[in-house]
Ligand binder design. Structure first.
Ligand code: ADP
Length: 646
């Protein structure tokens, strides 16, 4: 047997009224897009990305790059392997010891110590407090002695930030007697007027007007591979120069000694053997000693000599960061724009936001991994901006579409309600107008039938049929009227404490005649019950509909059982018949208004399809429910559940 309860109605809302308009989720679920829509969206996204790509975002881009440089160092992934570089610093302690910056005499003594270790290169960032060689203390003889000592070192260079034009080669010279010391152009190039314009040192020059500069020249000795420009990783051309980005090594990566320790012979000269020795200052007395780096924009982020060390090492390792070409940036920005527009216009807002955040984080993660493991710099500023801008551009557009849809549904719903109202009013009006003529017909037939002699038996039978048909019609009209009232005004409950058994007995009595005609036995199995607070008229009608159905849809000489019982704060009323039953396919629909199962529609049993709808409506008003177990040809078992404490 199949079983259903009153809430198992798939096609109508509980009160039988039209359903509310579809929710936004329903709309999303059913959304499907035409090719035209898809193409329009892609075009919109591409236009947006083209606009975004033209924006100059060097500052943000560089900032995002700096984060990756710092992260790589923090992860311990930017240490030089086998560096030939050694640094010697003139520190605050040195200045204290010599009661000022070392003079030429001390520099000569220092060089003599260094010479013992026979370094290959000595890069001398000559400076006193003001950074000028001319101001270093010393007599003419002391200067000359220094120059002579420097000449004995294999390659001794003083780097300068100046760049000579090709025609000016050799013009950069010290005054006598230092004229033989080679000043080598090895400029430090901050992003002062270009790119990020934040004075951070990110780039270095390899050559200028085809003249090789200091760092490439020195690095070529340790790594001959880079002698050919084309072999230099990450090289790009800019304003008559070849450049690379500096690969920043973790701060403190290069072995460093104090000037005075070397001078006093406290450092074993062997540590300088064949090395590249950078001599510079780190006294904290002048900003000129320091540079700003990706690690920090502090003026004193790194000593200038350490920057030189990083520049040399970048080329020695040939490990300059490889910035992916602009077309990759444009492609990525376009893809991200298309994705964002699609997400904004299609997905639920919360899910869309989540997906975009995931894209953002995913992209950041890929960029970090690429830099940390392969020193590859992928531009992020434009793709990131694409996510934000496309999101904020297209959200209002989405809202307009959603609003338009809601408005359309609202209008449709309004129309449906109006039609439904019109229908109900029409039915009530018609039924009302029909009642009077029927009452008149009934009156007339009663009158005729009362006259014992006026009619022949054939005529009597005809008038009898007229009477029973008009009875059916009246019942039909009453149901419709009641339905109309419920739909337009609802029903008010007038509760009284009642014995349900008594109501059942009354209802059965009313149907006894009908049962007798079909020789149907009605068996009452009534337990003693607590009184229940109900509207007796409505509950009576609900039971009446169920018992009438049981008799109506049962064959002759069958039994109908009406049982009452109490269970867990509920009164249960069973109406059980042995009739035609309800086919499984119809079972979920029998409580719908005007529904009749197909096995009765073809029979002569009359009905409106409103009885169960009304019965259920009245029981629901009492916070109860009706369940049914039935199957074709196996009888039906309806149960009304009424809560005792309502
Ligand atoms: P009707 O006026 O057609 O009886 P109801 O709303 O009372 O309308 O019942 C709806 C339909 O449910 C009926 O048309 C019938 O198909 C089915 N039905 C209701 N009660 C029974 C029953 N006791 N036995 C078999 N079918 C029933």
């Amino acid at each position: 047997m199949n079983n259903t309860n009153s809430s198992a109605r798939p096609t109508a809302s509980k009160d039988g009224k039209p359903r509310p308009p579809a929710s936004k989720d329903d709309l999303n679920a059913s959304a499907h897009f035409s090719l035209r829509q898809v193409i329009t969206r892609i075009i919109f996204a591409l236009i947006a990305s083209a606009m975004i790509s033209t924006l100059k975002l060097d500052y943000i881009e560089s900032y995002l790059y700096d984060v990756r440089v710092t992260l790589k160092a923090m992860l311990g992934l930017s240490n030089p392997t086998n560096t030939p570089i050694v640094m010697v610093k003139i520190s605050n302690a040195t200045v204290d010891q010599f009661k000022g910056f070392p003079g030429f005499q001390q520099h000569t003594n220092f060089l003599n110590q260094l010479k013992k270790g026979s370094p290959h290169f000595v890069i001398y960032e000559f400076r006193n407090k003001d950074g000028k060689i001319e101001d270093i203390d010393g007599t003419e003889a002391e200067r000359l002695a220094f120059a002579k000592t420097a000449e004995q070192i294999k390659e001794f260079y003083v780097p300068t930030d100046k760049t000579e034009l090709k025609a000016e080669a050799g013009k950069l010279k010290f005054d006598e007697p230092l004229e033989n010391i080679k000043i080598f152009s090895g400029p430090k190039a901050p992003d002062m007027y270009l790119f990020a314009k934040d004075s951070v040192y990110r780039r270095m020059l390899i050559n200028y007007q085809d003249q090789i500069l200091l760092h490439a020249n020195v690095a070529g000795f340790y790594n001959p591979e880079i002698a050919a420009l084309k072999n230099i990783r990450g090289r790009f051309e800019f304003l008559d120069s070849s450049q690379v980005y500096i690969h920043y090594y973790k701060q403190g990566s290069f072995p460093t000694f104090n000037f005075e320790d070397v001078l006093e012979g406290k450092v074993d000269p062997a540590v300088f053997k064949d090395r590249l020795v950078i001599v510079g200052t780190d006294t904290g007395k002048s900003v000129r000693e320091y540079v700003q780096t990706p690690y920090s924009r502090e003026i004193t982020s790194m000593a200038s000599m350490e920057l030189h060390a990083n520049m040399f090492q970048t080329l020695i390792d040939n490990s300059a960061p490889l910035r992916l070409p602009p077309w990759v940036n444009i492609l990525l920005t376009s893809l991200i724009s298309v994705l964002t527009v699609h997400v904004v216009l299609t997905l639920k807002p919360s899910r869309g936001l989540l997906l975009l955040m995931a894209t953002l984080l995913g992209l950041a993660l890929v960029a970090i991994i690429l830099y940390a493991l392969f020193t590859i710099w992928i531009d992020l500023a434009h793709p990131f901006l694409a996510i934000f801008l496309c999101y904020y551009f297209f959200i209002p557009y989405r809202l307009i579409i959603e609003n338009r849809k809601s408005w359309e549904y609202f209008q449709k719903n309004k129309l449906l309600k109006q039609v439904e109202e019109l229908k109900t009013n029409f039915i009530s009006m018609m039924s009302h107008d029909l009642k009077t003529p029927i009452a008149r017909i009934q009156g007339m037939t009663e009158m005729i039938l009362k006259d014992e002699v006026a009619l022949s038996s054939l005529q009597r039978e005809a008038v009898d049929t007229i009477r029973s048909s008009s009875d059916d019609l009246l019942k039909f009209i009453n149901s419709i009227l009641q339905y109309g009232r419920i739909e337009s005004q609802g029903v008010e409950l007038h509760r009284q404490s009642k014995d349900i058994n008594q109501i059942i007995i009354d209802v059965i009595k009313k149907h006894e005649f009908l049962a007798k005609v079909k020789k149907i036995k009605i068996v009452k199995e009534l337990e003693t019950l607590f009184p229940v607070s109900v509207d007796p008229d409505l509950i009576r009608q609900a039971f009446s509909n169920l018992i009438e159905n049981a008799i109506k849809y049962s064959g002759e000489e069958s039994t109908v059982i009406v049982r009452t019982r109490e269970e867990q704060n509920k009164v249960l009323i069973d109406v059980i018949d042995q009739g035609i039953g309800i086919p499984a396919v119809d079972l979920p629909n029998i409580f719908m208004k005007f529904f009749r199962s197909h096995n009765v529609k073809t029979s002569t049993i009359k009905g409106t399809g409103l009885g169960l709808y009304l019965a259920q409506y009245f029981v629901h008003l009492h916070r109860g429910e009706i369940t049914v177990i039935s199957n074709s040809d196996q009888g039906s078992h309806f149960t009304v559940h009424l809560p005792i404490n309502q």
